[in-house]
Design a protein around this ligand. Structure first.
Ligand SMILES: [Zn+2]
Length: 453
């Protein structure tokens, strides 16, 4: 019996070793071929197309005959007539929060009542629980084709940085993450009226309040302690030019870009004057400001989140609204949509550099986070953005805004092998981006609904 156990143990060990060897030997090369490949930079399509991948990076791009000749016998993934694109980039999202919009009566009795109750719950519940939510939403984003995302706050002290590291270490599946850690804010934004005994403790779990240039510099350093990739600041007429300039100076000294949430015209001006790298949302930007942004090379990160009545879509399945509340929401949606159409046209005319983000942070019944984010970004088409510009906003332009243009954003030799494929032509029907059929990140297949092998 003892001998048998030894034999069994030995065989088990051998099996384990074999398993290990197999798992550790990566396929040296993979070839992905498809009916077409769209290059967002030029707008040209290569048909048919092949991409040779080696060690997670793109080695060669060209016609299948040409590329195959350089890699005889290579393992091939044939995606049939599908269209290949670079992996998608969501430049503004919040993977560690999934706000459930409360009922009307609850909304009207709080300041920032749609968002604040859910935010407070997320802050005071366990950060462990929150980061596991992040792991789920990260996987869902990746499955919908987002191979890179920029997380701009609402992730506790270090939740997004920890999630990024876990994904990079292969512990959980997800996109590449650029983490901003805690948002820099002026006291009183987002949440007000907290119990004084615990107010500071609650705020500090989520935000770094700024009330002087010195505190602004210190806030950047606090985030550096958690190894952030960039700094996010919210300006709502409440951060002074001197404070924002201090943030930008300190962040740039630490080689970090600064993304500034600014919606109203004066806040956008503060961001431009302080030398922000990107302005998030920017809804009330003037033509003169777009010109200044173009001259300074500042990106506008468009967030068409509320276009097409997101509020109704996420609330109507579960919330009974009074007729008055419903009609006031519907008419403000319609006005907002018109203003957004105008914004998109002015941005396109101005020549300013732009990217796009979903700003998704809401629980969307019936959709995964990835599906909700894709549907949101596709709204830019309805707002008048041509399909190729929309695809650029979430690939090549976004890569440049993130400062990662050498790594991602296009299918070129030397870049990470991050690819997606859709069944049809995304230029003819941009909603194809809501139905990504194939996802590869780092040369590893995440999803393939196009071939059975
Ligand atoms: Zn946001």
């Amino acid at each position: 019996m003892r001998k048998l156990c030894t034999v069994l143990a030995a065989s088990f060990f051998v099996l384990l070793s074999i398993g290990k060897v197999v798992a550790q030997t990566p396929t040296p090369q993979t070839l992905v071929r498809a009916g077409r490949m769209l290059d967002p930079r030029t707008g040209n399509a290569l048909s048919p197309a092949a991409v040779l991948i080696e060690n997670g990076k793109i080695k060669e791009v060209g016609s299948p005959t040409q590329v195959q000749a350089h890699a005889p016998g290579v393992k091939t993934i044939d995606l049939g007539s599908a269209t290949l694109l670079p992996g998608l980039i969501d430049s503004h999202t919040h993977l560690l929060i999934d706000i459930i919009v409360p009922p009307e009566a609850e909304i009207v009795r709080h300041s920032n009542g749609e968002f604040a109750p859910g935010l407070l719950l997320a802050i005071v519940e366990s950060p462990t629980k929150r980061v596991l939510l992040g792991a789920q939403l990260a996987r869902e984003d990746l499955e919908s084709g987002f191979t890179t995302i920029r997380n701009l706050g609402h992730s506790g002290i270090d939740g997004d940085a920890a999630l990024r590291d876990a994904i990079n270490a292969g512990r959980v599946p997800g996109p590449r993450i650029l983490a901003s850690g805690r948002k820099l804010i002026a006291l009183g934004s987002y949440i007000q009226g907290l119990n004084p005994a615990v107010a500071q403790a609650i705020i500090q779990q989520e935000f770094l309040p700024v009330d002087s240039p010195d505190r602004a510099r210190d806030a950047v350093r606090q985030n550096v302690l958690y190894n952030v990739d960039l700094v996010k600041v919210t300006v709502g007429g409440d951060i002074s030019p001197a404070e924002l300039t201090a943030v930008v100076e300190e962040a740039h000294r630490q080689h970090l870009k600064v993304a500034v949430h600014a919606i109203d015209t004066p806040s956008i001006q503060t961001a431009i004057d302080a030398g922000a790298d990107s302005i998030e949302h920017g809804n009330q930007v003037t033509d003169e400001q777009l010109k200044q942004m173009r001259e300074k090379g500042i990106f506008l990160d468009l967030t068409p989140t509320w276009y097409h009545s997101l509020f109704m879509k996420i609330t109507e399945p579960s919330i009974v609204m009074s007729p008055g509340f419903h009609s006031s929401k519907a008419s403000s949606d319609a006005r907002g949509q018109k203003r957004y159409d105008d914004l998109v046209q002015r941005v396109l005319k101005s020549g300013v550099k732009f990217a796009a983000g979903s700003d998704m942070c809401w629980f969307y019944p019936g959709k995964t986070r990835g599906q909700a984010s894709a549907a949101t970004l596709v709204n830019l088409r309805a707002a008048g953005m041509p399909p190729l510009d929309l695809i650029r906003a979430i690939t090549v332009n976004a890569a440049e805004m993130l400062g990662w243009q050498e790594r991602i954003g296009s299918v070129e030799p030397g870049k990470f092998a991050d690819l997606v494929a859709v069944a049809g032509d995304p230029i003819a029907d941009i909603t194809e981006l809501e139905r990504v059929r194939f996802v590869m990140k780092d040369g590893q297949v995440v999803r393939n609904d196009l071939t059975s092998d």
